[in-house]
Write a protein that binds this ligand. Structure first.
Ligand code: NDP
Ligand code: 2IT
Length: 448
């Protein structure tokens, strides 16, 4: 782990003490705080106003009971969360995650990252995150609907287009957003598209939102390769996961001339040396909601490795797009030794601190999640813009906006890293640039 500046160390110690057991939150906070020492030296008013201490404390945390009935009329109780972290730059904005591993520490790490990510997009959005320990795997469509309705029956009172605007994340896609939107509309008697993003295209959604996170992460790495006089063309790539982010990362890599030879889920890895068949993956995952292992029934030359580690496969570009801490120090070493020159994080905090250090020391093009995967939330902000003026843009126009936003984020991180004496270090660039904008707004708004 890197050193913390002497002004920042006591703040981190207090975060540890005030938030016991929330290990993912500690990890996310530490990674940002490691970059902030020089920012306090240049901006003493941030220390005087205790901006870092305030940023580390969510503005509001909501935890609630979510009761629901399964198809056999059995009662289940889950826990719902919404952490409204920071509203300096706009209404709270960030996804909802439904996964059995969810607890307050995961929602807080995601909400904390979201503050700086949303700041980097240049759009007027604050940071928040929510979700539940509900496990959508194996549930019927009816059970998913019942759960979403019960979840929204509490959450709705905290939302609003100028207050808090959720979207999807792991386990929450278009179907779940639809059920939640329906319940919101029913309870409030208001057709308010601006209250959720990731909506269906016929009822207020934006073209490109489905593709945005994966496309955006690929654009970010494309730009990082471009400044090194390189490109995706002819590169062998790995994309972990096989959900929303993974699918559209693979699609954009293929459009830019790379070949993605492996993807995964929490059970195993698919390897297809001649390049993954993306139409098949979409059919299996988006339409039929099956496991990725079923891929090999359609392609006899593909391999499935149960419990395999995708990072053991030699590649030039790796795009972790599943979940937090899925790539550790040993994996990072293997990737670098195998000739990997770029890593772009579609997922949030997928690389452990040991892994991050190895990528930075090796000076490969490493795009951290809060910069590389910001295209999803940025396109959510474009969806909010379209909703606000009752408009809908074409695919081409919206994708162009997304590409410009990702190039801007890349350049902001790149230039900030140079300014702070760490050229090529996108971690430092993203943390510092994301933080400064929020910090300045907090100073302007006074002690609240
Ligand atoms: P999906 O639910 O669509 O897909 C998640 C994928 O990751 C699945 O293949 C899943 O496998 C795998 N996965 C999830 N949890 C684990 C785990 N604990 N261990 C191993 N594999 C796991 O989610 P998304 O694609 O939307 O999200 C993927 C990542 O991208 C997350 O980190 C999310 O926070 C991040 N992200 C998402 C954005 C979005 O717009 N959706 C925006 C920015 C970041 P399995 O089916 O076996 O669980
Ligand atoms: O982590 C993320 O940025 C998301 N899950 C998307 C959030 C959003 O509001 O679109």
């Amino acid at each position: 782990m890197n050193h913390l500046d002497e002004k920042v160390e006591p703040i981190f110690q207090e975060v540890l003490q005030r938030n016991p057991g929330e290990v993912e939150f500690h990890q996310a906070v530490r990674e940002v705080l490691e970059s902030l020492g020089p920012v306090l030296v240049k901006n003493p008013e941030f220390a005087d106003r205790k901006i870092i201490e305030r940023i580390c404390e969510p503005e509001r945390q909501i935890i609630f009971r979510v009761p629901w009935l399964d198809d056999n009329n059995q009662v289940h109780i889950n826990r719902g969360f919404r952490v409204e972290f920071n509203s300096s730059l706009g209404p709270y904005k960030g996804g909802l995650r439904f996964h059995p591993s969810v607890y307050l520490g995961i929602i807080k790490f995601l909400g904390f990252e979201q503050i700086f990510k949303n700041s980097l997009t240049g759009m007027p959005i604050g940071g928040g995150k929510g979700g539940s320990d509900f496990d959508p795997k194996g549930k019927s469509d009816n059970e998913i609907m019942k759960f979403c309705q019960s979840f929204m029956t509490e959450l709705y009172r905290h939302l609003g287009e100028h207050t808090d605007v959720p979207a999807g994340d792991i386990g929450v896609g278009g179907r779940e957003i639809g059920y939640m939107f329906g319940q919101y509309k029913r309870i409030t008697n208001r057709y308010e598209p601006g209250v959720l993003t990731g909506k269906g295209l016929d009822w207020g959604g934006s073209l490109v939102r489905t593709e945005a996170t994966g496309y955006g992460a690929t654009y970010f790495i494309n730009e990082a390769l471009r400044v090194r006089n390189d490109s995706f063309d002819g590169k062998t790539c790995l994309v972990s996961g096989s959900g929303n982010v993974a699918i559209y990362t693979i699609e954009k890599i293929h459009q830019l001339g790379g070949t993605c030879i492996a993807c995964s889920d929490s059970n195993g890895v698919i390897i297809h040396e001649k390049g993954l068949d993306l139409d098949l993956i979409k059919q299996l995952k988006e339409v039929e909601r099956r496991r990725i292992s079923d891929y090999i029934s359609f392609h006899k030359d593909a391999k499935y490795i149960q419990g395999g580690n995708i990072w053991d496969i030699p590649c030039q570009v790796a795009m972790p797009s599943a979940t937090q801490n899925e790539l550790n120090g040993k994996d990072a070493k293997t990737l670098v030794n195998n000739g990997c020159i770029a890593v772009g994080e579609g997922a949030n905090m997928p690389t452990t601190p040991e892994g991050v250090k190895i990528f930075l020391d090796a000076k490969i093009a490493y795009g951290p999640g809060k910069a590389a995967n910001a295209g999803g939330v940025a396109t959510s902000a474009l969806e909010m813009q379209q909703n606000a003026c009752r408009d809908s843009w074409t695919f081409e126009y919206t994708e162009k906006r997304l590409e410009e936003i990702m190039v801007n984020i890349h350049n902001l991180c790149y230039e900030t890293a140079e300014e702070y004496g760490a050229p090529g270090n996108y971690v430092l660039g993203a943390n510092v640039a994301g933080f400064i904008k929020v910090a300045k707004a907090m100073v302007a708004h006074g002690l609240i």
